[in-house]
Design a protein around this ligand. Sequence first.
Ligand SMILES: *Cc1c(COP(=O)(O)O)cnc(C)c1O
Length: 236
Amino acid sequence: MTDAEFQTRVRERMAAVERRVTAACDRAGRRRSDVTVVCVSKRLSPERTALLPGVGLLMLGENRPQTLWKKAEALAGKSVEWHLVGHLQRNKIEKTLPLVALVHSVDSLRLLEALERAAADAGTTCDVLLEVNASGEAAKQGFDPKEVEALLPTIEALQAVRVRGLMTMAAAGDAEEARPAFVSLRKLRDKLRRKIGPSHEFGQLSMGMTNDFEVAIEEGATLVRLGSVYFEGLDA
Ligand SMILES: *Cc1c(COP(=O)(O)O)cnc(C)c1O
């Protein structure tokens, strides 16, 4: 597939995604502008990823820090906003911090504290979401929902890190099966937001992937993370 064909196919997929996002917003009585789509480019080569700004995909997510570094370098100057959606090891914080607009996947107190130190040392700020294991599977990464409330004093004391909300990954499978996890994440966000006060802008809910983004939008997602729906079956 040539680069031009790739871009044409991605444009078609983008139009289809847009229709589905808009329809889900309509069903839920939400504004389209309340939902942001992050395009997860993790399965694409750096060369293919570099074609995305040309079709208007400028908010890109990667799940591995090293790949994000490499692609950020390859796409330097293309005004891409990078999101890290996967696990961040503490020894990769320093190099990742200056590249990303949002870390979706802070999954431990140790990581949160290490980010705070690194951002403070660098004289910058860092926007993050806390990853919550909302579907209750033992093997999953993320905070137990019951742990998160106890983090409030820590969150309020942060100077350089700004916790903007919550993220979850639903179990793979049927979209309807994911709905209860999305509902519980939204309720947790609402509860924490009430306690933490408006100045913290603790409003973001990153939930929904290719298999379940419409349900996630119906249940309040403000960020959906979509990969396969754009790229499945195209040359990576
Ligand atoms: C891969 C990935 C996605 C995108 O998944 P698709 O099912 O391909 O849309 C979203 N979030 C995270 C954390 C991922 O690792």
